[in-house]
Design a protein around this ligand. Structure first.
Ligand SMILES: O=C[C@H](O)COP(=O)(O)O
Length: 250
């Protein structure tokens, strides 16, 4: 099957609600047909509902940057995946390296969140990081493989291709130092092989795998030309409407 590409932006903790809506209004009429390439924008929780309203009827899909693994209850400050889905959110980023590092999220927690997001009807974008230390120590295989084995554990086979993976080497995030496309392909290939070992070749071949880490309009074409790279997850380059449009219409 042909995997349709995804260009996704992750604003992280940036923009006011007003700025977020203005951004959507500036880009929404300049996006590719979603059958050819999906456009996804992940934003802070408080901006999501007004962004969904602004994007209605356009190809733009709005994503959350995190959610909890329970649907409802006494979990002060958390956001339910069902609430996100009911608000017209399509995707949720889970396990971004910033959440792993700054908020101590573990693979076990991320796996619970992936299950909950899928049960709620959301498509998770699961981030698989890799550290330079591991790479230098020659343990990159174990690192990436163990992340995928743990984060995608025990999914219903029919749900697996609703998951998108974002391969993000930590040293390339926000540094301006993108990974060499051959190395990025190597990481994404390894992720696909791991999913194939878990759920079989057919399912693995349907899963979209993105590269993230200092993606910009100069390197996106080379990255997306790789066989196992089905798109990008861009941080900094998604913050300005013209810069994001350059990625989307690369
Ligand atoms: O989620 C996005 C990544 O953390 C990449 O961020 P960046 O494009 O600013 O390096």
């Amino acid at each position: 099957m042909m995997r349709s590409p995804i260009v996704a932006g992750n604003w992280k903790m940036n923009k006011t609600v007003e700025e977020a809506v203005e951004f959507v209004n500036q880009i929404k009429n300049h996006l590719p047909n979603p059958d050819v390439q999906e456009t996804v924008l992940a934003a802070p929780t408080i901006a999501l509902v007004p962004m969904v309203k602004a994007a209605a009827g356009t190809p733009l899909k709005i994503a959350a940057e995190n959610c909890y693994y329970q649907d409802a209850g006494a979990f002060t400050g958390e956001t339910s995946p069902t609430t996100l889905y009911s608000a017209g959110i399509h995707h949720v980023i889970l396990g971004h390296s910033e959440r792993r590092k700054l908020f101590n999220e573990t693979d076990h927690l991320i796996n619970l969140k992936v299950h909950a997001a899928l049960d709620a009807g959301l498509c998770p974008i699961v981030c698989c990081d890799e550290t330079m230390g591991r790479r230098v120590a020659g343990k990159k295989v174990h690192w990436v493989v163990s992340r995928i084995l743990a984060d995608l554990k025990d999914l219903k086979p029919e749900n697996v291709d609703k998951v998108t993976i974002a391969y993000e080497p930590s040293w390339a995030i926000g540094t301006g130092e993108s990974m060499d496309p051959d190395q990025a392909e190597e990481g994404c290939y390894l992720i696909r092989q791991t999913i194939a070992d878990m759920y079989g070749d057919t399912i693995a071949n349907n899963v979209r795998i993105l590269y993230g880490g200092s993606v910009n309009s100069d390197n996106i074409n080379q990255l997306m030309a790789s066989q196992d790279i089905d798109g990008v997850l861009a941080g900094g380059a998604s913050l300005d409407p013209q810069s994001f449009l350059k990625l989307v219409n690369h």
